[in-house]
Write a new protein. Structure first.
Length: 459
């Protein structure tokens, strides 16, 4: 039987995904031969190649290195986003290789540690990265597999030789989080999503309920107050609530102004005064409460928590400021669900009251657009001007009649609105009078951010 210890080489199909790349880095750190395929080169895949991986960008069996053709010593890892008819996948499957889903492998690696898992429709990447930072910079330490690139550490993988804790972003897509065995878990939100996988909102909620049953008896579940979820906890699991303003863990004495947010953190058995948020946006009050709750319950001191929250620098693509001057603000955000977009724009309204917000949105997936186009329109209508790009298909084939036009037609009256292609976006923005500009989406819109930044800098 192939085990993590006796693997000699690992081949990744979809190596450049943010979750997959953390595993690429993990196996490189273990001294394994690591190779793989991704559809397109990116800054991340180039970094992985520099770190020792062998990644190519053509679905071609001939490009699989000899070191990964020994099925007795090679593990193949795939992401469900890769289509079933992928020729390299077919080669490994028909040859009888040991093949595992990314989530299955992550569950195996972390099974023997104390998993601190963050689940939820949105908020999980920032909250898990914040949690990892609080532990990693403290005397407690942790290993972490993150769903974004930490700005503090410039990576999505943190390694500890001595800490028993592993921080994990628990992804509900394709029911991936059912492979995990959390010691403790936060659930940030359960707004319906991935209905192409789950089918119905009820099935989506059942997925989260099943996840709660996996929390270990000695551990706990920390759930955001107000979530309509009925946890199915094993005997011995403690249940806590949290939110911005109420619950077992919450914030008090919130002070927002002059580009700063300062709070007091309240736990059942302590209070930490005057915590300054390193990334001062409103949603990070609630994200911070959840992260501090996990850190506090696992031995991080009050002083370490306060210090860690202040020097937390955030996550790439999560409310990620590129330009921040009195005359112009430009940021990018990964938001791709109506609730996330709503929260992003409201956070900007908090920070920059009275200023004009222009939102550029690239919808992600035909199915998600079809399910939520009215909700997308409602959320985007909180901006002053909206520019809509074509839908980014990712793993999907086009659904007839489903385009960005559905969102465009449902934007509220009075909103200035435009549609354009991503290729013409830079030109469209060039002559616009911009005050606050935010790009939103989980597709390849991020690839255009550096060009937009350069154009704005040169104006």
């Amino acid at each position: 039987m192939l085990t993590i210890e006796n693997i000699k080489s690992v081949y990744f199909i979809g190596a450049g995904g943010i979750g997959m790349s953390a595993l690429v880095r993990y196996f490189l750190s273990q001294g394994k031969v690591v190779a793989g395929y991704d559809r397109t080169p990116s800054e991340l895949t180039e970094e992985l190649n520099k770190e020792g991986a062998q990644i190519h960008y053509e679905d071609n069996v001939a490009l699989i290195p000899e070191s990964c053709r020994d099925k007795e010593n090679t593990l193949v890892v795939y992401t469900p986003a890769v289509p079933q008819d992928h020729s390299e996948s077919t080669f490994f499957r028909e040859a009888g290789f040991n093949i595992q889903k990314r989530a299955q492998l992550l569950g195996t690696i972390t099974h023997s540690s104390k998993g601190l898992c963050v689940a939820g429709t949105h908020g999980k990447t920032t909250t898990s990265t914040m949690t990892a930072h609080l532990l990693y910079q403290s005397h407690v330490g942790c290993t972490a597999f993150l769903g974004g690139i930490s700005k503090n550490y410039k990576t999505n993988l943190l390694l500890s030789q001595s800490s028993p804790y592993t921080v994990i972003e628990a992804d509900e897509f394709d029911r991936s989080f059912h492979w995990l065995s959390p010691y403790m878990s936060v659930i940030t939100s359960t707004d319906p999503d991935h209905l192409d996988i789950y089918g119905t909102e009820a099935a989506y909620m059942e997925g989260f309920e099943q996840y709660t049953s996996l929390v270990q008896p000695s551990g706990c579940l920390i759930i955001r107050k107000g979530i309509a979820l009925q946890p199915k906890l094993q005997e011995g699991v403690k249940l806590y609530t949290y939110s911005r303003n109420e619950g077992d863990f919450h914030a008090e004495n919130i002070r927002i102004g002059k580009g700063e947010i300062v709070i007091d953190f309240v736990a059942p058995d302590t209070r930490i005064y005057d915590i300054k948020l390193g990334v001062p946006v409103s949603i990070n009050i609630e994200n911070g409460v959840a992260a501090m709750a996990l850190a506090h319950l696992n031995g991080v001191t009050n002083k370490e928590i306060k210090q860690g929250m202040e020097n937390f620098r955030g996550v790439d693509r999560r409310f990620d400021f590129k330009i921040k001057t009195d005359k112009l603000v430009f940021l990018s955000d990964y938001a791709h669900h109506p609730s996330e977009i709503r929260q992003s724009i409201l956070s900007l309204r908090d920070l920059y009251a009275g200023r004009k917000i222009t939102a550029v949105f690239q919808p992600h997936l035909y199915s998600r657009t079809n399910d939520f186009y009215k909700e997308f329109a409602d959320s985007l209508s909180l901006a002053d001007e909206v520019i809509l790009l074509d839908i980014y298909p990712a793993r999907e084939k086009q659904i007839p009649g489903v385009t960005s036009e559905l969102i465009y037609q449902n934007l509220k009256p009075g909103i200035k609105k435009n549609m354009c292609t991503k290729e013409t976006l830079e030109n469209k923005l060039k002559n616009k009078s911009l005050d606050i500009l935010i790009t939103l989406g989980a597709g390849d819109i991020e690839d255009y951010v550096p060009r937009i930044y350069q154009m704005l800098e040169n104006r």
